[in-house]
Each structure stands twice: as C-alpha cells, then as structure tokens.
Design a protein around this ligand. Structure first.
Ligand code: SF4
Ligand code: FES
Length: 249
C-alpha cells in the first residue's frame, strides 16, 4: 500500500503547529498503525529530519499510552486502540490525517504527544482505598456477588487512554472518572471512601478544565474498552447521594 499522511507537527507546547504531508510507500496491510508511523520515522531519520513524536508503550491495547485522532476519529476507524489498529482498515492510495488529542486539559507536548497527567490527578484525588484487604482469599470464596464483581472488573478495564475526552464535543472526562468511581463503588473495600471519592474526583475533573457531560455518548462509542454510559449515571447518583447526605466527612 502507498499512503499519503497529513501529520500534525508541533515543536513544543508554545509552537503554533501545522499539518505536514508525507508519502509512505510499501506499507503492509498487516502493519499496525504505529508500525506504519515507525516506517515514516525511519524514512525521516534517514533524510536527516526530526521523526514524528508519538506516545506508545505496550502496543497490545493495555497501557493506554497510544492514542491519536485519525481522520477525525479518536483511535481511527475501528473501536480499538491506535496500536491495535491495522493498515488493512485503510486502502491503497488513501490520504490519512493524524492529529493529537484536542482538549484544553491535554496540552500538546510535541507533535502527537499530549500531557495526560490531568488523569493522574483525578485518580490521586479519590481513586484509592484505605481498607486493609488482607491476604489472597480462598479460591472458592465468593465475598462479592458475581454481578458486582463483573461490573467492577468491566469498569476497571479503563486504560486511561483519553479517547473519550478527544471524542467529546465538551472535552469532558466524565466517562473516565465514572469508570474509576464505578470500579471501587462495586466492591466492599471501596465503601469507606465512597461519598468522599466521588466529590473529590469530580471536583478535580472540573479543576483540570475538562468540560461537563451533556449525555452525547461519543465517549462510550469510541472507548476501546467499551466502558458503558451508565457508569456516568452511577457517578451522578453517587454524587447526588453524597451532596444530599451532607457531603463527605
Ligand atoms: S473510558 Fe474508555 S476511552 Fe476513556 S480513558 Fe477509559 S478506556 Fe479510554
Ligand atoms: S501502546 Fe499501550 S495501549 Fe496502545
């Protein structure tokens, strides 16, 4: 496959940035999108040009480090992470536009790399437990009902990639925050901080300049882990409950 790429190049946080066009030839349909960017960078390096900076780590859909907007869609045309997207999802001769996540709370560091430390601060604000959990339980013990354990597990699969924010017209991180709240809400060890957690995490979300949720649903539609919108309903119920009970201690 021969591909034309339009890539966002930005030297640093204060640079204005611009789109630059590159040709990449002999791309295998079996390459991942990041491997195709590796080929581009090899080409740029051999030409004495600065390679394109992009974030990645596991390349297995686990870490959440990768993530770019491809042809206007967070993580591109498939519901997966950018590292798990393959070039067979495109056609020979395509022109593909690649940009970083666009959100005030995710400032661009360089090219396609954004600063997602605002997510870390939301987790630090309440995504923890203080109850001693002891040693590993017996394999046949069922301390948590199966349905609750499944919901906690599903919520915990959020990898913090930020696609939900990039896809949301309000640049809201409510799906991410709701996944973290729901994960701990469903477990007995999450209960002591339950009321405080939701208030602290939502306050931090707002302090980081993420927008408000208006139930558009783009977040869940692009989420590579399928975090459902009803986690946001759960967060809202918890928040209301905490605020009407006089707030966290
Ligand atoms: S909710 Fe989904 S899209 Fe948002 S950070 Fe978590 S995994 Fe990524
Ligand atoms: S590089 Fe880890 S999820 Fe893509």
């Amino acid at each position: 496959m021969n591909i034309t790429l339009r890539v966002w190049r930005q030297k640093g946080p204060d640079d204005k940035g611009r789109m630059v066009t590159y040709k990449v030839e002999d791309v295998s349909p079996d390459m991942s999108f990041l491997e195709m960017l590796d080929v581009l960078n090899e080409q740029l390096t051999l030409e004495g040009e600065e390679p394109v900076a992009f974030d990645h780590d596991c390349r297995e859909g686990i870490c959440g480090a990768c993530g770019v907007v491809i042809d206007g869609e967070a993580h591109g045309p498939e519901t997966t992470t950018t590292c798990q997207l393959h070039m067979r999802s495109f056609s020979d001769g395509d022109t593909i536009t690649v940009e970083p996540w666009r959100a005030k709370a995710f400032p661009v560091i360089k090219d396609l790399v954004v600063d997602r430390s605002s997510f870390d601060r939301i987790i630090q604000a309440g995504g923890y437990i203080s109850a001693p959990t002891g040693t590993a339980p017996d394999a046949h013990a069922m301390p948590v009902p199966k349905a609750d354990a499944d919901r906690a597990f599903d919520a915990a699969t959020c990898i913090g990639c930020g696609a939900c924010v990039a896809a949301c017209p309000n640049a809201s991180a409510m799906l991410f925050t709701a996944a973290k709240v729901t994960h701990l809400d469903m477990l007995p060890q999450g209960q002591p901080e339950r009321e405080a957690r939701v208030v602290q995490m939502v306050n931090q979300h707002d302090e980081e300049d993420f927008g408000g949720c208006t139930n558009i649903g783009e977040c869940s539609a692009v989420c590579p882990k399928g975090i459902p919108l009803d986690t946001i309903s759960q967060l809202n119920r918890d928040l209301l409950g905490s605020l009407t009970s006089g707030g966290p201690e």
